[in-house]
Design a protein around this ligand. Structure first.
Ligand code: ADP
Ligand code: ZN
Ligand code: ZN
Length: 749
């Protein structure tokens, strides 16, 4: 008897075992999709991970319903990667399967079809055709339509081409009637033809741009580094031409018949890079991210399994899950970006680190590129010695790095000299830029109108009913919105506590910036790019395109505008308030703030003239402000490394956050405390930090407890995970433990 171990798309700890009959046993392979029963009523599409003869003991084995196809849908390397992710990020393989595979492959996938037309079998030879062509007499239209079909299909050339019904009717300017008559006479027939959902890009490709000498040298150094080590960090200032260097590496890789994965942290970025790469590589590029429809994703997946796969995949983090047959190179652009980490739900994987593992499975090289390396990658490329390091300090065409002018807004507010949230200097420079038809980017890392409203008389602040956070005011929709759970409620007219009508907003987000600009610069064409304006699949493309071609003067945005976008005519960047970025209660806040500011500043003056950045802050004397002004990444990173070594943070320690959630605070807290006690016994007080509550301690009506586990990076993480799971096992003996939700966040960002 043959048995299959199957992964189901469910958060289950184990695989399930099913029996197959002899016939199926001959056809099934690892990675095949099978339809299997679970429980009394349900059935699922599972993936076969093991085929064996060990009869399971202790329960009655069920049979597989169906083998969905003989070709595996998942490659052996993918199964290995799933296993690694489940082990490393402390989740189940079912979680990984769920995230990795498009829904269409977990159900029955229906290919997209078009109605095509062909001759019926009795008329497919010339003799029969001649006979029928001369038989039409008065049915001229039918005769013409048949002739059109014969032309379109190149019938007389042999091997007829596909003709769609739509094309045929369009060419003949006729209706269904004539065609139906031919079908009734048994001459033509229609049939469903499977067509691709993937765009077929047939544009003419152009040559690679030649690199300047700095870029050429960097490329050589990267190749030398790859000869010694599989991973290299390219630290190149903004607009140094990193993308051009990637393009050359990609070209060399595909010339050797190998595939490339090019990862980007943000879907909004794919538009520009896609355009740049398609100019060179044409139809060799497949794009993959979550804004594609599920059927489109299934088609890309299947194409990657076929004998004609895309050689280059450009995509956001989920593209690490695609099948690769011959991976040769992985590029992780903007490697410092925290959006590479999936927060919720499991698997809480980091796409950069997962890509490194993926590459190593194929013996492929990985290039991490950025103008502001993450502290971890910098360490790995310097003292850590794990990666090669190549630096590129010059912008393309020796354009100077932008001039950054810090402006003390505390002082200006006190003297009542601010125009809303705009300093006189910013207003002056914006006026100048607009007069010269130059563009402006304004950065405020908060969406909505204001982070909160408050009753001026009694201090009442509206809070989310499900979470411990104040609600953000969105004026366009006249609603209060929770940015954690999405709860919305209309803005109250009066304070429900004291009846006062004096409700005021506090702080400011992108909506308010937009309103203030419209008041100061009524003529300017302004557009806002944040989560609220980019919900549809093509919204961000339109915003970026409009700005590129100069249909917009001022682009306001959240961190979305900071990432890798390449605009030619941006003279001025305004950072409206640097201080909000510094106040996060997180050991990465400093690093993050530096990266955001340096990146958004880097959008200024990329072509032609030197750009200008106005950096508004209440703390002009803070070291970070000086570091951003002087483009002094290295002093920032050295400072952070020193601090992290002392405080036991990454890259010297690995972190695992343990979250415990329950509807009742009392239970969440008590379990968190007990869990902490057990962990202390195993790991010692140096490594366990807790029990505590996260900054937002209730989300979606669940109260959250948290424990921080710190493991030396020199210690065995596998061992630590094993001990952690043992403690969890012990906790299971406590009956209340079963009522809490518990999960781990490994390497949290
Ligand atoms: P980075 O990725 O480092 O920010 P980019 O690759 O976007 O830099 O380059 C900045 C701009 O300079 C782009 O518009 C790019 O097309 C142009 N550029 C860079 N290098 C070259 C080159 N060797 N030849 C032509 N244009 C280049
Ligand atoms: Zn009140
Ligand atoms: Zn909420």
């Amino acid at each position: 008897m043959t048995y299959l171990d199957v992964i189901l798309p469910l958060p289950l700890k184990t695989t399930f075992t099913y029996a197959v009959d002899d016939d199926m046993a001959k056809r099934v392979k690892r990675g095949c999709r099978v339809l299997v029963p679970l429980g009394k009523k349900k059935h699922y599409t599972g993936i076969v991970v093991r085929i064996h003869q060990d009869e399971p003991k202790g329960y009655e084995v069920k049979y597989v319903f169906a083998l969905l196809e003989e070709q595996p849908a998942v490659l052996p390397q993918q199964l290995r990667l799933w296993q690694w992710i489940a082990d490393y990020y402390l989740c189940t393989e079912g979680d990984v399967y769920n995230a990795a595979v498009p829904a269409g492959l977990k159900l029955d996938f229906k290919p997209k079809t078009e109605t095509h037309v062909r001759l019926t079998s009795s008329y497919r030879d010339e003799e029969a055709l001649q006979r029928v062509l001369s038989s039409f007499k008065r049915a001229i239209k039918q005769q013409e339509l048949l002739m059109t079909y014969l032309q379109l299909s190149d019938f007389f050339e042999g091997n007829p081409r596909e003709v769609s019904k739509q094309d045929l009717l369009a060419h003949h300017h006729t209706s269904d009637q004539v065609l139906n008559a031919l079908i009734e006479r048994g001459i033509l027939e229609t049939y469903p033809f499977v067509v691709s959902r993937l765009a077929n890009d047939k544009r003419k490709v152009s040559d690679l741009k030649s690199l300047n000498s700095n870029q050429q040298q960097a490329l050589n150094e990267i190749k030398q580094s790859f000869a010694k080590q599989p991973v290299c960090l390219l630290y190149g200032v903004t607009s140094s031409g990193k993308t051009e260097i990637y393009t050359h590496l990609i070209e060399e890789t595909i010339r050797q018949g190998k595939q490339v994965l090019y990862l980007l942290p943000e879907i909004a970025l794919t538009t520009q890079i896609t355009e740049r790469l398609k100019r060179v590589f044409g139809s060799n590029i497949g794009i993959y991210h979550s804004k594609f429809s599920d059927p489109e994703r299934v088609e890309i997946w299947n194409k990657q399994l076929s004998d004609d796969p895309y050689l280059i995949i450009l995509g956001a983090r989920s593209s690490v899950f695609l099948p690769y047959q011959q991976l040769g190179l992985v590029i992780v652009d903007e490697e410092h970006e925290s959006s590479y980490k999936q927060q919720d739900p499991a698997p809480r994987y980091h796409a950069r680190n997962t890509a490194l593992m993926l590459a190593s499975m194929y013996g492929a090289k990985t290039l991490l590129g950025t103008a502001t390396p993450s502290v971890e990658s910098w360490y790995n490329a310097t003292e850590g010695g794990k990666y090669g390091l190549v630096t590129l300090k010059e912008r393309y065409q020796e354009i100077q790095m932008p001039e950054i002018l810090p402006v003390d807004i505390k002082e200006l507010h006190r003297k009542k000299l601010m125009h809303g949230h705009f300093s006189p200097l910013l207003v002056e420079k914006m006026t100048e830029a607009l007069r010269h038809q130059e563009q402006v980017i304004l950065f405020q890392n908060r969406r909505g109108f204001a982070p909160m409203i408050e009753c001026h008389d009694c201090g009442w602040v509206p809070k989310c009913v499900h979470c411990d956070v104040s609600l953000t005011l969105h004026k366009r929709t006249n609603q209060l919105v929770c940015h954690y759970c999405g709860y919305t409620t209309p803005v109250p007219q009066v304070c429900p506590e004291c009846g006062s009508q004096d409700l005021r907003d506090r702080g400011f987000g992108t909506e308010k910036v937009e309103d203030e600009i419209k008041a100061i610069f009524p003529e300017a064409r302004v557009v806002r790019m944040d989560l609220d304006t980019t919900r549809s699949k093509t919204a961000h493309e339109k915003i970026i395109r409009d700005f590129e071609v100069g249909r917009t003067d001022i682009l306001i945005g959240t961190q979305m505008v900071s990432k890798g976008l390449d605009f030619d005519h941006v003279r001025l960047v305004g950072i409206l308030n640097a201080d909000t970025m510094l106040n996060y209660p997180d050991f990465r806040a400093y690093e993050r703030a530096y990266q955001l500011m340096a990146q958004v500043a880097g959008r200024a003056g990329r072509k032609g003239e030197r750009g200008l950045v106005i950096l508004q802050t209440g703390h002009v004397d803070y070291p970070i402000v000086h570091q951003v002004r002087d483009n002094d990444f290295e002093s920032m990173v050295q400072g952070q490394l020193a601090e992290r070594q002392v405080c036991h943070f990454p890259p010297f320690y690995r972190l695992v956050y343990i979250y415990i959630k329950h509807r009742e605070r009392r239970i969440a807290d008590s379990i968190t405390a007990q869990f902490t006690t057990q962990l202390l016994k195993v790991f010692g007080s140096e490594r366990v930090n807790g029990p505590m509550q996260p900054a937002v301690a209730r989300v979606h009506s669940l109260c959250i407890g948290m424990i921080m586990l710190k493991i030396e990076s020199t210690a065995s993480m596998a061992q630590a995970r094993k001990l952690l799971l043992q403690v969890q096992q012990q906790m299971m003996q406590n009956p209340t433990f079963k009522s809490v939700q518990i999960y781990y966040d490994v390497d949290p960002v």
